[in-house]
Design a protein around this ligand. Structure first.
Ligand SMILES: NC(=O)N[C@@H](CC(=O)O)C(=O)O
Ligand SMILES: [Zn+2]
Ligand SMILES: [Zn+2]
Length: 355
């Protein structure tokens, strides 16, 4: 467990040692970029929940198995283990869930409301289609991961998470009281409050960009496409609620970067893609936020303990050490044939990971 003794503040440099962290929500993509995303994510993360929104999506155990093999072929660090996820569609069956569980490599299934986000067109049109699937997940103990936004055209984009919670999540939680649910990449105070009030079977991931930024960063002084992600950045009062939740140590909140690379040209476009790349410096950026809040002693709970406990997986016995030493993030990164603009491009980050 972290205590003050793990934070050392000598005259040379401040350091922080924590159990090896995990990333409970990441997009590694596929093909040529895999060697780059896998190198970044496995630098110090021990495990990562690998999002299944490929084209075509990872809808069954066989597809998860071949994607797993491609990730391993991209040569992650030896300490790294990808945790695969099934992409739910209107046609997913209870049998698909049972086979995924039996595969031993699938740790969760993901609900994308159809049309809610990047590569979600094969997603679920109505959760009523998945009654048997949720029942099977509840009985085999497989967590349901949710992109929690409604898609109706008349619902304002800034309200889509809250309306999802009120109209879809609330009844889902009531109907499946033992189903483990992770509300992914939460962006509102409403989500924080909902998760806190729910039972221990409900948790949430929080990205570092939703801690660092609010919608002013994206829209004041010009439209900045590299801040555009889904769910969209909200006003600063919501950002503040997320910061409080993440830095509180509350076991329901854990690290999920939602690092989601898109090519520079696809973001700097008349119709730019949603997604922020943060895997080059994830724990380093979270450390900035926690330090700002005087809560470095809570970083280990958020990054290394709470998620593992929620998924009922062992906490890593390895340690990593962060050192407070500024470094300059490159303006761009080359990923296969593409160029990606990472978070903090061409600016300093205050922390680095030793080794
Ligand atoms: N978060 C995003 O803005 N984008 C993600 C999809 C997702 O997690 O919703 C992506 O795959 O690009
Ligand atoms: Zn999402
Ligand atoms: Zn995501």
């Amino acid at each position: 467990m972290t205590n003050e003794s793990n934070i050392s503040n000598n005259t040379l440099s401040k350091t922080l040692t924590i159990a090896r962290p995990d990333d409970w929500h990441v997009h590694l993509r596929d093909g040529a970029v895999l060697k780059n995303t896998v190198a970044d994510i496995s630098r110090y993360f021990g495990r990562a929940i690998v999002m299944p929104n490929l084209v075509p999506p990872v809808t069954d155990a066989a597809l998860a198995e071949s994607y797993y093999q491609r990730i391993m072929a991209a040569a992650p660090s030896a300490h790294f283990k990808p945790l695969m996820v099934l992409y739910l569609t209107d046609n997913t069956s209870a049998q698909d869930i049972i086979e995924a569980k039996e595969s031993g490599i699938v740790y969760a299934a993901k609900l994308y409301p159809a049309g809610a986000t990047t590569n979600s067109s094969s997603g679920v049109t109505d959760v009523a289609n998945l009654t048997d699937v949720f029942a099977a997940m509840q009985s085999v103990g497989m967590p349901l991961l949710i992109h929690g936004e409604v898609t109706a055209a008349d619902i304002d984009i800034f309200d889509r998470e809250q309306v999802f919670i009120d109209t879809i999540l609330q009844p889902l939680v009531a109907n499946y009281p033992n189903l483990k649910i992770v509300l992914e990449h939460i962006t509102t105070k409403n989500a924080v409050d909902f998760v806190k009030a729910a039972g221990d079977n409900v948790g949430a991931t929080i990205t570092v960009h939703h801690l660092l930024f609010n919608r002013n960063h994206m829209l004041v002084g010009g439209i900045r496409p590299h801040y555009f992600c889904l769910p969209i950045l909200k006003r600063n009062t919501h950002q503040q609620a997320l910061i409080e939740a993440a830095t509180s140590g509350d076991k329901k909140f854990f690290l999920g970067t939602d690092s989601a690379p898109h090519a520079q040209h696809a973001k700097e476009s008349a119709c730019g893609c949603a997604g922020v790349y943060s895997a080059h410096a994830a724990i380093e950026l979270y450390a900035e936020v926690f330090e700002q809040e005087n809560a470095l002693d809570k970083l280990e709970a958020f990054a290394s303990l709470n998620g593992a406990n929620f998924y009922q997986l062992p906490v890593s016995t390895d340690k990593i050490t962060l050192v407070k030493k500024a470094w300059l993030v490159p303006a761009t990164m080359t990923f296969g044939d593409d160029v990606v603009v990472p978070v903090r491009a061409d600016e300093d980050i205050l922390w680095q990971v030793e080794g």
